[in-house]
Design a protein. Structure first.
Length: 159
């Protein structure tokens, strides 16, 4: 009985996937502003929502700081962080940090990570791959941009 039910559910899912127009990637962006710094902070996130045959997909995230006041032109530090979520039946995601750079540092934190620049840069960005396990129909990501300047912390997130 369980095998028939599973086969029926699987057939319906495959039929839906073949009928629906596929979305291979998702992206989003969100900007906040701070009047005292004459600045904006933008969080950008892009993730491959349908994975390659090896159950992995690419993602890219960035945090972008801009100020029209030259006194506040560069933040003391800027950070971009990301967290994944899987959609499906007993689905999960796993991310491993593999890139190293002299300008910042990254960290593997479960199903996400971060990249921080404290060298006066106005951006922090990262590109990598994430793996899916189980019967995963898609993946989502939350991107958070955070920066610090003149005693003020700015932060915004996007899904």
């Amino acid at each position: 009985m369980k095998k028939k039910l599973f086969a029926c559910v699987l057939a319906v899912v495959l039929a839906c996937l073949s009928i629906c127009s596929p979305i291979y990637a998702g992206s989003s962006s969100r900007t906040i502003s701070n009047d005292s710094l004459s600045a904006t902070l933008t969080a950008n996130g892009w993730v491959q929502t349908l994975f390659d045959l090896d159950n992995s997909g690419e993602f890219q995230v960035s945090a972008v700081y801009k100020s029209t006041n030259s006194e506040f032109a560069n933040p003391e530090w800027i950070k971009v962080s990301w967290d994944f979520r899987a959609y499906g039946i007993k689905a999960s995601v796993k991310y491993k940090c593999v890139t190293v750079s002299a300008e910042g540092m990254g960290s593997d934190a479960g199903s996400g990570g971060y990249w921080i620049n404290s060298n006066g840069a106005r951006t922090a960005w990262y590109r990598g791959r994430v793996n899916a396990y189980g019967l995963c129909f898609g993946i989502g990501m939350t991107t958070t941009a955070t920066c610090f300047k003149a005693g003020v912390i700015m932060s915004t997130s996007v899904r």
